[in-house]
Design a protein around this ligand. Structure first.
Ligand code: FAD
Length: 463
């Protein structure tokens, strides 16, 4: 329980309207988008609007040994913002100003609560884009996406969040404000602090300002959808597109289970007997270059016995993408809970991974639909379960263990996008070994000696 004196100090720092303490209001903040993980209703939720207020909260929490759980929009899929004790949640949803769009240096300086889609809508007015585009971008915040190093559909060609963070301001768990980086394209001064804090999942510092790189929006694009009779043909197409030196902006895959479910749900005209489909979009600033790349992609599809359809208008493009957008909602309606996993392998191993997932589904009698970013080797096996069915939940745990075992065996990684948080902490040693764990623990102890910042996440301090 937080003391009255602590709550009163928070109120004098932030104002009564920025401090929640009623249990009915706090419950929401004990969830993110991850089913089946431990959680606790926090002692309070705080809404700072300035760096000084964040610093004040941290100092107060440090004096009182109160754990802090930073939170953006709560869309995390690994338990990152979920409280594990009666500490405080710091929500950044009211610290959400775009401070500057610098059209000469091509940067945006923003507060952490800015929603990714809002930033993109603003920079679009200047013919610019901020490329990292997670599926959750309509609500996910810059703070949350930087803390998770989020990726998205455009990751293959344009990279992920870490490629766009040029500088940051963070409040350290000891209360100091630390600024690094800036608007210079080059900066090799000191350690690579951006690399350290991007993807640190709210465990090393609280992000209070970010300088982001923007790029000119590509003028032309061409989208197509291709269907294949075997997974092997679809997988070979992915490899051959890259081998033909075409890097599509997006290169997405869906397995048969997902195709059937999407068609049943959205009636977009997908052939339900296809083993897999690929959604491909090439883009660029020259019309001829984009046409040339599209032609090369079509040749590759044909060589691999695929059938295809090219979108000739924006309306047709939207229709193609409707199928991809429907994948998660369509799968989610099958059972009460949806476990959206994130297994990533080298892209040449995509077919092996899809096969492994299908075998695991059969072995544990589970419904798993898989879709994902084929170009990055980043697959989302989506497991549909009923949390009331204890037997099914036990089979789910075993299946997830085996999915990650398979990904690591294929030279992959535990997470391409969704982070480690609480959900994947137990597997971490399998990928980074004891020495990796030791380095993480030393970094955590050096920056957060009291272990008050997002304790219990990412770093297995207990190992
Ligand atoms: C439908 C759906 C689709 C998704 N698609 C994608 C996708 O395509 N790609 C992808 O990468 N992810 C995806 N995700 C996962 C999720 O949206 C991302 O992890 C996103 O980065 C979380 O942002 P958020 O604002 O919701 O942060 P939260 O979930 O609130 O927090 C995420 C982490 O960031 C920390 N954090 C938040 N703000 C700060 C801050 N200011 N300072 C320090 N730490 C902070 C939290 O403590 C937590 O550890 C998806 C999720 C859903 C539900």
């Amino acid at each position: 329980m937080l003391s009255n004196a602590f709550i009163n100090a928070c109120i004098s720092l932030l104002g009564e309207e920025n401090v929640l303490t009623k249990e009915s209001e706090l419950i929401t903040y004990s969830y993110d988008a991850t089913p089946g993980i431990p959680r606790e209703i926090p002692g309070a939720v705080l809404f700072p609007q300035t760096t000084e207020q964040v610093q004040g909260i941290v100092k107060l929490c440090r004096e009182n040994k109160v754990p802090i759980y930073p939170r953006g929009a709560g869309t995390c899929l690994s338990g990152g913002p979920v409280p594990l004790s009666k500490g405080v949640v710091i929500s950044f949803q009211r610290m959400n100003k775009i401070l500057e769009i610098d059209t000469d240096n091509l940067t945006a300086t923003v507060q952490p609560g800015v929603v990714v889609a809002t930033l993109n809508a603003e920079v679009a007015k200047y013919g610019l884009i901020y490329p990292p585009d997670p599926g959750s971008m309509a609500v996910a915040t810059i703070g949350g996406t930087v803390a998770e190093n989020a990726g998205g559909l455009r990751g293959l060609k344009y990279g992920v969040t870490k490629h766009y963070v040029m500088g940051m301001e963070v409040v350290l768990p000891t209360g100091e404000v630390f600024r690094f980086g800036g608007k210079t394209v080059k900066n090799v001064t000191a350690y690579d602090f951006t690399g350290l804090f991007v993807g640190s999942e709210g465990t090393l510092g609280i992000i209070t300002e970010v300088i982001l790189k923007l790029i000119p929006a590509p003028k032309y694009r061409k989208s197509m959808i291709a269907f294949f009779g075997t997974l092997e043909d679809a997988g070979q197409t992915v490899t051959d597109i890259i081998r033909a030196h075409v890097i599509p902006a997006t290169l997405e895959i869906m397995d048969n289970m997902t195709i059937r479910t999407v068609e049943n749900f959205a009636k977009v005209g997908l052939p339900t007997d296809a083993a897999a489909l690929l959604l491909i979009e090439v883009d660029g600033n020259g019309k001829d270059g984009v046409e040339e790349e599209a032609t090369k992609v079509i040749e590759v599809i044909q060589k691999n016995k695929g059938t295809y359809k090219v979108a000739e208008t924006d309306q047709e493009r939207d229709n193609l993408w409707a199928a991809r957008r429907a994948a998660l909602p369509a799968l989610a309606q099958i059972k009460p809970a949806t476990v959206l996993e994130d297994a990533t392998v080298p892209r040449t191993k995509i077919v092996d991974m899809l096969r492994a997932i299908q075998e695991i589904a059969k072995k544990y009698n589970l419904t798993i639909g898989t879709f994902g970013h084929a170009g990055d080797g980043n697959l989302h096996p989506t497991i549909l379960v009923d949390p009331m069915d204890k037997d099914e939940m036990a089979r789910l745990d075993k299946a997830i263990d085996e999915i990650f075992e398979a990904a690591l065996k294929l030279g992959g990684t535990l997470s391409g996008e969704h982070g480690i948080g609480i959900a994947k902490k137990k597997y971490l040693k399998n990928e980074i070994g004891s020495s990796g764990i030791e380095v993480m623990k030393r970094l955590k102890k050096a920056l957060d000696p009291d272990n008050i910042l997002n304790p219990g996440k990412l770093v297995p301090m207990e190992d």
